[in-house]
Design a protein around this ligand. Sequence first.
Ligand code: PLP
Length: 393
Amino acid sequence: MKVNSNFDNLVPNYLFAEIAKRVNDYHKANPEKDIIRLGIGDVTLPLAPIVIEAMKKGADDLAAKETFKGYPDYEGYAFVREAVSGYYKSFGVSVDADEVLISDGAKSDCGNICDIFDKDNTVLVTDPVYPVYVDSNIMAGRKIIYADCNKSNNFKAMPDSSVHADIIYLCSPNNPTGAAYTADELKAWIDYAIKNDAIILYDCAYEAFITEDVPRSIFAVEGARQCAIEFCSLSKTAGFTGTRCGYTVIPKELERDGHNIYKLWYRRQATKFNGVSWPVQCAAAAVFSEEGQRQIRVNLEYYKENARIIAQALDELGIYYTGGKNSPYIWLECPKGLKSWEFFDLLLEKANVVGTPGAGFGKNGEGFFRLTSFGDRDKTIEAVKRIKELLSE
Ligand code: PLP
């Protein structure tokens, strides 16, 4: 037998292992130092009370014959899909409950969606990039092309009409850069996709962090229904990173190559996925209730305030950055022309603050650095104070 040799083409991603190693080595040599981590991409605040309540009630349902639930519907229970549809409506976007598919998260869907597309399609990703898009398509043996994000385009790559792509991954607000596309910018991508008979795979896992006038869904922009699939998640919106629940939206009319895309994805899910558990779907529906929205906003505001604190310090230091306003991520240019890992070492050793070197997200990440707002407030304030002291020297 042979294994999938495409795995040989994966570039080993040592980013988080290397960070852990350097932090551990430093900690061993300097056990008295108080290290603050502003690199974490996971949430730290607990689930909202209404979510916990719904999850507990869902678990209780499983304890009685009359209310017991077995396999859920492949596409998710109707009341959850209707809740998602209502959520879209709350910000002016029309998505039918029958176009929503509930899943165990955006990561799996962004990767698994590859199953429905031919191997010979060309995939376009922006660089720096959330590695899941790249690695999933390398595993499938697809050609990947990169659209450069850099200071000159404020880390928002725009389509190049001389380049053809069949599958386009866009992530807005972006991980790692925090940059968010405007409606006009998304319209340019939509026009490009339609012209190329391509499909945009739109990841808006961070839409709940948007504060400015930028779209929270690609379906807020004209033409998107002809060319886009949207992935979203309750992970960062409502703290479901460990609980696991997300949703994918596919317009019912979306077709390519003589096939209905919703039907292909439904078939794929029905074959390889048996749905999200009853207690978790009950918890997810609670997020979209009026009270649920009020409660999750408390945590979101906490993270957003952390982001504001970090961004304000960078403004005061005159350091270029993207993100922070519509995103929990702040993507900054390393000062003094330092490379990403050089700045990592400087921050670790002189300020005892840990972040994420931008170089780990692609070639355009070199010379940049990611800080996140998912940490504790007091620690964020302390870290920012130390960074300011270090960089004002
Ligand atoms: N998409 C992006 C851009 C992310 O940064 C992440 C998590 O970090 C995910 C998707 C994963 O979401 P989920 O937890 O729903 O799988």
